[in-house]
Design a protein around this ligand. Structure first.
Ligand code: NAD
Ligand code: LMR
Length: 344
């Protein structure tokens, strides 16, 4: 059976009359960290989604203003703001998708792993609340270091007895969005046609674009492969340096997260043809790595299939890069698991 290798429909234009008809009442999306650099534009994009009927915004600061502001947009989703830990239950009750962009961003000179000490605790607090109040929801983790925060979440959900590996995602869509943009620019291709799978993880050398699997089929010189791979791997740092202390990618990240949320909702809605890359708990692609970013098929219960076949027939460059990333990714996974297991 032929496998479609991309999420079929891009983010729909507002009012374009998507073919998808939302289930009665639409979906409830909760965004935790909604007043932040990513949270605000992401909330706006989700407010525009025809699939969403309720948008719950949570943050420890400033959420009232964001809620009042967004609430004036004449799109159907009803926006409700929540703040303070005691409000988490109300925010999360009945959520279909919970998105977590809460946490501190990098400054120049930092690695994503440098964020671990602060963000691990934030993710812990929020994932435990999701386990208690929205145990059946899809959980999208944006907070860095994604290579470790997703394993932390998995362990905590296990401890709470509500772990479903099909429903936990590290959001790596921005790597795909960047790869598509850079390849289209380099090879002068129409942007809307380009689709480059990005596998592995979400930090430095663990970000592995599979240029040999790019659609449309495109040939690259060895120099182009090296240059494009390095640019995609360092794109986050490119933004961190350009912002010069003002944070990391927010607008492109919001765009990418909105694309991933929309894809997930289409999957929940029964569209049988939704594929995106994501960092998921599965050993189907690389048996020795319990978490790995792969292209996945999204369905009514989250991940329906990991497209492991995409890792076959790699070029020498890609195969070497895959071998090289394994120890780094494994160390980040182990660090996250150890952190969660040490928690009281
Ligand atoms: P930001 O500082 O602008 O916003 C973070 C928000 O989280 C703030 O509003 C803050 O009040 C909130 N927050 C902090 N602790 C909280 C808690 N306990 N509960 C709820 N909210 C809390 O940062 P940002 O630029 O939006 O980035 C957020 C995170 O996303 C960072 O860790 C960053 O590294 C990561 N990020 C990931 C990707 C990716 O591709 N996965 C891309 C860009 C950024
Ligand atoms: C990104 O890729 O832009 C994010 O992971 C943020 C960062 O720190 O680079």
């Amino acid at each position: 059976q032929a496998v479609k290798l991309r999420s079929r429909r891009p983010w729909p234009r507002a009012g374009a009359g998507s073919r998808i008809v939302a289930r009665a009442g639409g979906y409830k999306v909760a965004i935790l960290g909604a007043a932040g650099g990513i949270g605000q534009p992401l909330s706006l994009l989700i407010k525009m989604s025809p699939l969403v009927s309720a948008l719950h915004l949570y943050d420890i600061v400033d959420v009232e203003g964001v809620t009042a502001d967004l609430g004036h947009c004449n799109t159907p989703a009803k926006v409700v703001g929540f703040t303070g830990q005691e409000d988490l239950a109300g925010c999360l009750a009945g959520a279909d998708v919970v998105v977590i962009p809460a946490g501190v961003p990098r400054k120049p000179g930092m690695t994503r792993d440098d964020l671990f000490s602060i963000n691990a605790g934030i993710v812990k607090e929020l994932v435990e609340a999701v386990a208690d109040h929205a145990p059946g929801s899809l959980i999208h983790i944006i907070s860095n270091p994604v290579n470790s925060t997703v394993p932390i979440a998995a362990e905590l959900l296990k401890q709470k007895g509500v772990y479903d590996p099909r429903k936990l995602f590290g959001v790596t869509t921005l790597d795909v969005v960047r790869a598509n943009t850079f390849v289209a620019e380099k090879k002068n291709l129409p942007l809307a046609d380009v689709d480059v799978p990005v596998v592995g993880g979400h930090a430095g050398a663990t970000i592995l674009p599979l240029l040999s699997k790019a659609r449309p089929k495109t040939s690259f010189t060895d120099e182009e492969v090296e240059e494009l791979t390095a640019r995609i791997q360092n794109a986050g740092t490119e933004v961190v340096e350009a912002k010069a202390g003002g944070g990391s990618a927010t607008l492109s990240m919001a765009y990418a997260a909105a694309r991933f949320i929309e894809a997930s909702l289409r999957g929940l809605d029964g569209d049988g043809d939704v594929y995106e890359c994501s960092y998921v708990p599965s050993q189907a692609a690389v048996p020795e790595l319990p978490f790995f970013a792969s292209r996945v098929k999204l369905g009514r219960d989250g991940v329906e299939e990991v497209v492991a076949a995409e890792l076959r027939g790699l070029t020498h460059f890609e195969a070497r890069a895959l071998e090289a990333l394994k120890p780094q990714l494994k160390a980040s996974i182990d660090k996250g698991v150890a952190y969660a297991q040490q928690q009281p």
